[in-house]
Design a protein around this ligand. Sequence first.
Ligand code: C5P
Length: 225
Amino acid sequence: MAHAPVPVLTIDGPSGSGKGTISRLVADQLGWRMLDSGALYRAVGYAAGAAGIDLSDVDAVTRCAQTVKIRFQPSQDGGETHVLVNGHDATDELRTETAGAAASAIAVIPSVRQALVDLQLAFRKAPGLVADGRDMGTVIFPDAPFKVFLTASAAERAKRRYKQLKDKGLSVTLAGLQREIEARDERDASRPVAPLKPATGAVVIDTTGMPIEAVVAKVFAVVRP
Ligand code: C5P
């Protein structure tokens, strides 16, 4: 007898739309695994930079994406998941806006995206997966039964990222951050391969001005109507 496919909830959207926070909360409540696909692109950008590779060198960056070892290490005490890149704990380096910009630069390369496909598919294990990214519902898990697209105004997204980065002790300015976020979103949305856009059938939620619990409730209603 054929087994029912493992359910997937895809949560796509631009940076600062609340994807990371919401995905984590919903995954924990459902008892499902979570895939932070942005961390994979950040890790490749980071590994390439650490190896002295020019990010516009398509062949070298592709080789890096094909060989990089990325390991997610859940914390023992319920804190944040650590990300090991080629054995080095790069959690702090990966969350900077510089790493986000490097990720967005290498994410336009089709062969880099291809190198990360199997890794992402392997996260689909029972009892279910919450997949957070830009192309989860459109490219990686097109057959996912549950799809959400989170968005928010650029000003609000910049404010959220500002608070997140400040809380983590990073030095940033709101105006500079908003400019960087807008440039990154523009690049993510206009690239020919796997552009940022809602998947067909995705429930679009504008989270501007919404408290986190209200967004979680809306996302939950998609999975457990
Ligand atoms: O979500 P996060 O901000 O960590 O993503 C960093 C960058 O990685 C994005 O700006 C985007 O260019 C790229 N990315 C992607 N596809 C995904 C996830 C992230 O292209 N599924």
